[in-house]
Design a protein around this ligand. Structure first.
Ligand SMILES: *Cc1c(COP(=O)(O)O)cnc(C)c1O
Length: 403
């Protein structure tokens, strides 16, 4: 028992994790022991501003009291039924998510990658059942530099060698085109194409923004060619970019949204595919499932997480604060900074050299952010952040860059 109760120092904890845990991450050397809103505290009592938000899973802020209450009260009633029975939270979750997205049907899963897999299955079945693609031939167009998760199927269509190497053989049925190139998409589509799977902004690739008009053009191409447009909004969705979904910046309504991360405000893994009846209707009993998917605890947590986004006006907050923050960021000039891009409270600072040392310097200064694809610092704080905290962050950045 004493071993469980003891809280070790940063060095001890890192030593234990490196000894007993697999090394599939390269985390910053900070050991978080508690968190609240946009702030996290390490085992030594230091406070940091969280500018990553668990890859936008805690858009609502850490340990949001309303979501915590929902989690506690549901945990006392029933947590898991499996889908062998019905539960009294799933119907409400499906209705709330569908209404929020302006869609007709919801299929709940747990991790983001599982929801992407679900979208792939839905698209292929739709291709066979609705579009008439010959059996076994369905193809999905994806983008270079995509990030859709870590399953073997998904890493099979990644262009990142680190994600793929040593994990083959990979599933066929995917064709990759450059992100932002609508002509290449049009060219890649064949009569066997069932879907185009795309992130509206490629976050993991380094906050890559497509040229203006790209998503609208892609949507038009998909409509013309009877191909489903599937938007992976797991990271960009639910307010991060200043609209509920990043697709809205171009007035695009995809055929399906893939959601995860902030869908549960960081309390519990909840993901979903949200789409029309003709798409998700291709699943019949036995064709797909998950033991934990749609469980009452996850559903109760997710419903409250969504209510927080709506009732605390986090989307508008992201637009207002994010627009101002990006303008301020662009005023920091330093020879090492070669570009600032972003939307809402999602910003990328592209550097000439690897960003890791700069992130470690920022950690010393009390600000946690993580490099993405080597040379880009992603800044994506919880959407509940105060303007004064962002001003503080700008000050820390100026110090880190000596600007
Ligand atoms: C994080 C992420 C995923 C995968 O989600 P997991 O919950 O880590 O499986 C998929 N797509 C995008 C765009 C993501 O950011």
């Amino acid at each position: 028992m004493t071993r469980l109760a003891a809280v070790g120092s940063t060095g001890e904890m890192i030593g234990l994790e490196d000894r007993w845990g697999a090394h599939n991450y390269h985390p910053l050397p900070v050991v978080v022991a508690r968190a609240e809103g946009p702030w996290v505290y390490d085992v030594d009592g230091n406070r940091y501003l969280d500018c990553l938000s668990a890859y936008s899973a805690v858009n609502q802020g850490h340990c949001h009291p309303r979501i915590l209450r929902a989690l506690r009260s549901q945990a006392e009633r029933v947590t898991l039924t499996s889908r062998a029975y019905r539960n009294d939270q799933l119907p409400l979750f499906c209705r709330d998510v569908a209404e929020l997205c302006g869609m007709e049907m919801v299929l709940p899963m747990n991790s983001g990658a599982e929801a992407v897999e679900t979208a792939i299955k839905a698209a292929r079945r739709w291709g066979y059942m609705r579009k008439g693609i010959p059996s076994g031939r369905a193809e999905i167009v994806v983008c270079e530099n995509n990030f859709h998760g870590r399953t073997t199927t998904i890493v099979g269509f990644s262009s990142d060698p680190g994600s793929r190497e040593g994990f083959g053989p990979f599933a066929p049925g995917f064709r990759s085109v450059p992100f932002g190139d609508a002509a290449a998409l049009a060219q890649a589509i064949t009569p066997d194409t069932c879907a185009f799977l795309v992130e509206p902004i490629q976050c993991e690739a380094g906050i890559l923004m497509p040229p203006e008009g790209y998503l609208a053009e892609a949507a038009a191409i998909c409509r013309d060619r009877n191909v489903l447009l599937i938007a992976d909004e797991i990271q960009t969705g639910l307010g991060r970019t200043g609209t509920l979904f990043a697709c809205e910046h171009e007035g695009v309504r995809p055929d399906a949204y893939v959601l995860g991360k902030a869908l549960s405000g960081g309390f519990y893994p909840v993901s979903a595919v949200v789409s029309r009846r003709d798409v998700l209707g291709v699943f019949d009993p036995g064709s797909h499932g998950s033991t934990f998917g749609g469980n009452p605890l996850g559903c109760a947590v997710a419903r409250e997480a969504l209510r927080v986004i709506v009732e605390e006006r986090l989307v508008a907050r992201s637009a207002e604060l994010g627009g101002w923050f990006l303008r301020q960021l662009r005023r920091i000039s330093h020879p090492e900074i070669i570009g600032i891009r972003g939307r809402g409270l999602l910003a990328g600072i592209e550097l000439r050299n690897p960003a890791r040392p700069r992130c470690e310097r920022l950690q010393e200064l009390g600000m946690l952010c993580k490099e993405t694809h080597d040379r880009v610092i992603r800044i994506a704080p919880p959407l509940v952040i105060e303007r004064a905290d962002l001003e503080w962050a700008l000050g820390r950045l100026r110090v880190a860059f000596g600007a």
